[in-house]
Design a protein around this ligand. Structure first.
Ligand SMILES: NC(=O)c1ccc[n+]([C@@H]2O[C@H](COP(=O)([O-])OP(=O)(O)OC[C@H]3O[C@@H](n4cnc5c(N)ncnc54)[C@H](OP(=O)(O)O)[C@@H]3O)[C@@H](O)[C@H]2O)c1
Length: 345
């Protein structure tokens, strides 16, 4: 094959919020395809908060290998099979796999999952029907123990995880309060996603708004953000409330602890006094739930009961900007990068 493989790589490790100049597109040869592997062409790349952790030598400790400088940024992608040396895959099939930010990758067939392009647009398979959606599904169906009428608080309410978590909570009959970063995004959360209320975290009176929106307290905090959003929710947890610690995106650009007094003694005291239940969420423990998740959440999307929205940035050269948009809240939905036009299916 006479194609060039563009790779979006790291020129240097970002210090704080990444800059576009931290990233660099380089040209590489197409990978060799080994026995049991599949050569794939990428159309859509995911831009998820975990990728920021991969490109930080200090944050990745204990979580994931740090991406070496000059290597393609890691992450899942929507791919099409170009050449298969695995009996389970045929040329032309759509799959998802951890190919990273590049045009072509050769991956073990056993690591790929097939993507049903008739169920939902390809981009949704990186968001609502992908790893973020599964994370939300695990949180709301396995861990939250939320009941109808209870208050569920969801930070990063429009994102890959939050939008599904909020809508699943609404479908359970919960009262759902979201958090986002502009009036326009909050309006969308209420009008399109069915949140009962959505609070703009950039407003100076945010903590007071949390109190007003959750007059009886919070039963479940689906924590995607950390930082000040977490503390505002924590102050309003009800006794016996559940705190699902899914992610702390507010901290991913920090290389040192936040300034100010140590709040951990108050955190621990209130956990004890209110008998709060703190649960860590790690989607990697639940890949076996994917078939049931696809059936249930896929069915909800097909029936129009759950909305999926992606924020699509065009061009592999803009993938770094897409990450900056996602980390700074300029995204509107789950962030993906289109690096080539997929064939019509
Ligand atoms: N534990 C797991 O297995 C697992 C799996 C997937 C994801 N996660 C975590 O889940 C969280 C959401 O992931 P996602 O993929 O759905 O991302 P996302 O919501 O699509 O994108 C990140 C969002 O975080 C919000 N944000 C950024 N800076 C913030 C700040 N300082 N304070 C509050 N919010 C801020 C922004 O939303 P607004 O502008 O709307 O506020 C931004 O759009 C992340 O923390 C991620 O690491 C965990």
């Amino acid at each position: 094959m006479n194609a060039v493989n563009r790779q979006m790589t790291l020129r240097r490790y970002p210090d704080g919020m990444p800059k576009e100049s931290d990233f660099e597109v380089v040209m590489a040869a197409l990978p060799e395809v080994g026995e049991g592997e599949v050569l794939c062409r990428a159309y859509y790349l995911t831009v998820d908060p975990y990728i920021r952790v991969h490109v930080s030598p200090s944050m990745s400790v204990g979580y994931a290998p740090t991406t070496p400088l000059g290597w393609p940024i890691p992450g899942e992608a929507i791919l099409q099979v170009v050449q298969s040396r695995h009996p389970g895959f045929k040329d032309g099939e759509f799959v998802a796999g951890f190919g990273g930010w590049q045009d072509y990758c050769a991956l073990p067939g056993d690591s790929l999952r097939k993507v049903d392009a008739r169920l939902a647009p390809l981009t949704a398979h990186l968001g609502s029907l992908g790893m973020p959606g599964l994370t939300a599904y695990v949180g709301m169906t396995k861990l939250a123990e939320a009941e109808a009428g209870q208050t569920v608080f969801v930070s990063a309410a429009l994102g890959g995880v939050g939008a599904v978590a909020g809508q699943l909570a609404r479908l359970k009959g919960c009262r759902v309060v979201g958090v986002s970063s502009s009036a326009e995004k909050c309006r969308y959360a209420v009008e399109a996603l069915g949140y009962d209320a959505c609070l703009d975290r950039t407003q100076p009176d945010f903590a007071a708004r949390v109190a007003a929106a959750c007059p009886e307290g919070i039963d479940v905090d689906f924590e995607n953000a950390g930082g000040e959003v977490f503390w505002a929710a924590f102050d309003h947890m009800k006794p016996y409330g559940r705190m699902l610690i899914c992610g702390l995106v507010a901290d991913y650009n920090d290389s040192s602890p936040p300034p100010g007094p140590d709040r951990s003694p108050n955190l621990l005291r209130m956990i004890a006094l209110k008998r709060l239940i703190v649960k860590g969420v790690m989607v990697a423990d639940y890949w076996d739930l994917r078939p049931r998740f696809l059936e249930e959440v896929g069915g909800l999307i097909r029936d129009g009961r759950l909305v999926s929205r992606e924020y699509v940035v065009d061009g592999i050269e803009n993938a770094g900007r897409a990450m900056i948009d996602m980390l700074s809240g300029r995204n509107f939905g789950k962030t993906v990068v289109r690096i080539a036009d997929p064939p019509v299916v």
